[in-house]
Structure formats: C-alpha cells, structure tokens
Design a protein around this ligand. Structure first.
Ligand SMILES: NC(=O)c1ccc[n+]([C@@H]2O[C@H](COP(=O)([O-])OP(=O)(O)OC[C@H]3O[C@@H](n4cnc5c(N)ncnc54)[C@H](O)[C@@H]3O)[C@@H](O)[C@H]2O)c1
Length: 259
C-alpha cells in the first residue's frame, strides 16, 4: 500500500488481539511500529518476539486511563523517532453489567480508556503532525457503535463517541493534512471475546444468526482496513467509520445457520 513504508506508527493495545494483527500488517508494509500494552508485560514481550522478524518493532507499557501518561506516550515517540506519522488508537476494554447496576467507577474506566485516551492521543499526535506537514490517525470503534447489545452501556456509548470523534476531528484537521478515520470491527476472535464466552455472556451460535458471513473475523482482516485508511490509497477519506463486520451492521432479521 502506498505511503506506509518507513512510517513511524504507534499502535495502542498492539500487544495482543486485534492490535497485534494491526501491528503485523504495518510491519509487512514496511513501517516502524511501536506497540503499547497496559499491564501485561508478558503479552508485550511475546508480541515483540513474534513480530520482530517482520521489521522494526518495540513495546511501551502505558496506562491509557491516565491522561498525562497518554500525552507523554505520544510525545516520547515523537522525541525518540523525530516524528509520528501514523497513530492507531486500538486499546479498549469491556465491562458487562446492566446499566441500572453499573458502578460509576467502571463507567469512568471504560470511557477513559475507550474514548478519552483516543481524544488525548489524537490531539497530542496532531500537534506533531501539524508541524511535520501531515499524518494519519485510525481509531478502532465497534459494531456496537451501531448495533446495540444489552449489558454493555458504557462500551456502546464509548464506541458511538469514537465515530463522532473521528467525524469532528476529521473536519477540524483536514486543513492540516491530517486524516482521521475509524474502523468498526464486528466479532473478532480475541481474548476479549473469549472472556465473554467463558463468562456465559457471549453465545457464538446465536451471534452467527445476525452475521451474514457466518464466521468470526481475524485480527488481520481488521489490520487490512486500518492499513488502507492510514495509507495514501485513502488520501480522499477523512471523518469516516468503515464497518469491517462480516455484514453484521446491514443485517435485518436473524437467520438460522441452514439458510
Ligand atoms: N474482539 C472483538 O470482537 C472486537 C469487536 C469490536 C471492537 N473491538 C475493539 O477492538 C479493540 C481491540 O480489542 P481486542 O479484542 O483485541 O481486545 P484485547 O482485550 O484482546 O486487547 C486489548 C489491548 O488493549 C490494551 N489495554 C487495555 N486497557 C489498557 C490500558 N488501560 N492501558 C493500556 N493498554 C490497555 C491491552 O494491553 C491489550 O493490548 C478494542 O478497542 C475493542 O473495543 C473488538
């Protein structure tokens, strides 16, 4: 893809799951990749060991619920590499509970990681990108920004806000040659989904009734859409949310697997 080779690319949550699939794709395209993990240093070490044969990669451990730490993360990358070309806001958390019972501290936790950190990292990166003459930002939203499921109120709200965030900043920053878009994944098999299955909240057979492709997606399939949006191939696109969801957001009635 045009315009990724040699680019300094920061991927939050790149230590596992979808973020690791995104990091892999950018390395394959010739980028220099910095992945960010939260608490699990083992995940970060594994990801670096697995992906380093593909190209230059390093890991940082940052708590994205800490506003000052988010800004420092972006500034540190720009200081070390002299620029930041591509930012992928991917790290996200899910807490499942009925809205009537949702603890305020849990609500804040989800909003701060899934939305406030995206805003802070994006605007810190944009300050550097403005000086450099441009850049590209991609945020990971969710099918739950359009198809809403019970017991996920904070998550659904945070992801709906991400679609609004890229739209509003896309309009504001087009004049600085900075594009910002979102990718909304459907169901992708990662630790986040596995936990939902283990907790008895996610029923894969039931979900497949509303996914026209009738399968879970792979992290690499999200990585392809992210790389496209970040690349010069998407030079005319900003402020958009692209659903990479096996058709979920366009499905009407549930269909049994025999149809
Ligand atoms: N898996 C799916 O089916 C699915 C569907 C739609 C959207 N998404 C979104 O895709 C993104 C990645 O999801 P995933 O399934 O790979 O999740 P995951 O739980 O497997 O990985 C989450 C990543 O985020 C990082 N992270 C979490 N909290 C953090 C914090 N406070 N500070 C720093 N890093 C932190 C973790 O270290 C990890 O690298 C999320 O934004 C999620 O909402 C996932």
């Amino acid at each position: 893809m045009k315009g990724i080779q040699g680019k300094i690319t920061l991927v939050t949550g790149g230590t596992r799951g979808i973020g690791k699939g995104i990091a892999k794709r950018f390395l394959e395209e010739g980028a220099t990749v910095i992945i960010v993990g939260g608490k699990n240093k083992e995940d970060a070490d594994h990801a670096v060991a697995e992906l380093s044969p593909l190209g230059p990669i390093e890991a940082m451990m940052v708590d994205l619920s800490d506003a000052a730490a988010v800004e420092k993360m972006v500034d540190d990358v720009a200081a070390k590499y002299g620029r930041i070309d591509i930012l992928v806001n991917n790290a996200g958390i899910q807490i499942r509970q009925w809205a009537t019972e949702f603890k305020l501290e849990d609500f804040d936790k989800v909003i701060n990681v899934n939305m406030r950190a995206y805003y802070l990292a994006s605007r810190t990166a944009a300050r550097h990108m403005k000086e450099q003459g441009g850049g590209s930002i991609v945020c990971i939203s969710s099918g739950n920004s359009q198809c809403y499921t019970s017991q996920r109120s904070a998550y659904n709200i945070s992801k709906t806000a991400v679609n609004g965030l890229v739209a509003t900043l896309g309009v504001e920053w087009a004049r600085f040659n900075i594009r910002i878009n979102a990718v909304a994944p459907g169901y992708v098999m990662t630790e986040m989904i596995q936990k939902g299955i283990d907790d008895g909240i996610i029923d894969i057979e039931n979900i497949m009734k509303v996914i026209p492709m009738k399968r879970l997606l792979l992290p690499e399939e999200i990585g392809s859409t992210v790389a496209f949006l970040a690349s010069d191939e998407a030079s005319g696109i900003t402020g958009q949310t692209i659903f990479t969801d096996g058709g979920w957001s366009k499905a009407g009635l549930p269909e049994s697997k025999d149809l």
